[in-house]
Design a protein around this ligand. Structure first.
Ligand code: FAD
Ligand SMILES: O=C(O)[C@@H]1CCCC=N1
Length: 388
């Protein structure tokens, strides 16, 4: 097969990160090809489903800083495409008041002048009905936070990319990557060449990077995405401005829990554990561990008494975890024209627009707009394996 050299850049993987990267490259007049192994849209990776949380509430300043610009980029896309992608609901954070997470999040929000409301045990139920605040827990609301319409966002950014002249080839799996001054990408249907490529393959990142001799310390986990029935329909509804919530140190279960108001399935609220069991992305449905659901049932019985403590719907989604839970946004250590966006560790969706901007800057050899040292490959020194 002869190679097609019609592209400046090839992006591998059309999840949220690859789609926004391709869109940013096309905006910069780069002839861009976005390759996806499955027929789009699909539900085999990490970016499917109707909703995601967007928030500035983070322990680390660097995420809160990036979210400032990221909200603007989401709003720009909404305006450009004439669609609504974000709905403000606020985000409730509850955790032991004197604990590390609560203090770090509160301090980061205050230092960065993000509007928040601090709730006390006395006024809590007046603001947040149908939620039990555990003894010793602090509570605050990140007012800027809300829900992103995830599937709609993906459709929108892909269609804007195509309007800019970008090319999407789905059902085309990349089977080989040959580094060089011009990178050669072989797929199930053809061979392409480009000056640079971006690998945004989600749970399959290491399979792709293996062709370049790199193996990152990533763990793919299967998340049971649970929806719980409201005893009284509407009690936790988005339309009544019930907030999203995170419980970074849950007293009942000792794990990180999060939830979104009922919206996508009428009368059902999404509440999940922010951790799953290790899996192989190609064998996701063969892994059927449900021990997390027992923990969630305990939490729901105690803290969300308006929900039936039995999940009504359970769906699947994948996390790709790094050891420190921070992303990988970097150039390949050996091949500078191969850019990596990986390890989004279950919290990357909201960052899609800014990740796209940063990865496009790296692909074009520009100085990135933010300090990317927290996201470097080099931080894994000692944990990197050669894949050759
Ligand atoms: C249940 C759940 C809840 C979440 N909640 C939130 C939240 O509230 N807020 C938030 O900000 N984030 C959240 N996240 C995290 C967020 O959704 C992910 O970080 C993000 O979707 C990762 O996107 P990605 O593009 O890296 O991966 P993916 O979406 O998996 O995209 C990678 C793509 O690459 C393709 N691909 C792989 N290999 C090849 C190949 N060889 N050839 C061609 N194509 C290939 C795959 O098919 C896939 O489409 C959540 C994730 C899950 C699972
Ligand atoms: O990223 C997010 O906001 C959500 C909620 C907390 C856990 C993971 N995803």
């Amino acid at each position: 097969m002869s190679a097609s050299t019609d592209f400046d850049c090839i992006v591998i993987g059309a999840g949220v990160q690859g789609s926004f990267t391709a869109y940013q490259l096309a905006k910069k007049n780069q002839r861009t090809l976005l390759l996806e192994q499955f027929v789009l849209p699909h539900s085999r990776g990490s970016s499917h489903g109707q909703t995601r949380i967007i928030r500035k509430a983070y322990e680390e300043d660097f995420y809160t800083h990036m979210m400032g610009e990221c909200y603007e980029l989401w709003a720009q896309l909404e305006k450009e495409a004439g669609v609504k992608l974000y709905r403000q609901t606020g985000l409730l954070v509850t955790a032991p008041e004197k604990g590390r997470s609560f203090q770090l999040i509160k301090n980061t929000l205050q230092r960065n002048k993000v509007p928040i409301v601090i709730l006390t045990p006395d006024n809590f139920s007046q603001h947040i009905p149908n939620v039990h605040l555990s003894e010793g827990d602090g509570a605050l609301v990140d007012v800027t936070a809300g829900v992103l319409y995830a599937d709609r966002a993906l459709r929108t950014v892909q269609s804007q990319f195509q309007k800019l002249g970008g090319v999407i080839r789905d059902q085309e799996k990349v089977t080989d990557v040959k580094p060089g001054a011009v990178v050669t990408v072989t797929t199930s249907a053809g061979v392409y060449q480009a000056r640079s490529i971006v690998i945004t393959a989600g749970p399959w990142a290491n399979t792709l990077l293996g062709h370049t001799g790199l193996h990152l310390p990533l763990e793919v986990q299967k998340i049971n995405v649970c929806y719980w029935k409201e005893k009284v329909p509407g009690s936790y509804d988005l339309k009544r401005r019930f907030p999203c919530f995170v419980v970074p140190e849950c007293q009942e279960t000792d794990v990180h829990i999060y939830g979104l108001p009922s919206n996508e399935y009428p009368g059902l609220m999404k509440v999940c554990l922010h951790i799953g069991k290790k899996t192989d992305p190609d064998q996701r449905d063969q892994q059927s561990d449900r021990s997390d659901i027992a923990l969630l049932k305990r939490y729901i019985s105690r803290c969300l008494p308006g929900l039936e403590p039995e999940p009504a719907v359970v769906e699947s989604c994948l996390y790709t975890m790094t050891p420190d839970r921070h992303f990988v946004l970097d150039r390949h250590p050996t091949y500078k024209n191969i850019v990596i966006g990986a390890g989004f560790s279950g919290h990357g969706f909201k960052f899609g627009p800014i990740v796209g901007k940063l990865l496009s800057e790296l692909a074009l050899g520009e100085v990135p707009s933010y300090n990317l040292s927290p996201f470097s490959v080099a931080r894994f020194q000692g944990k990197l394996q050669s894949a050759l």
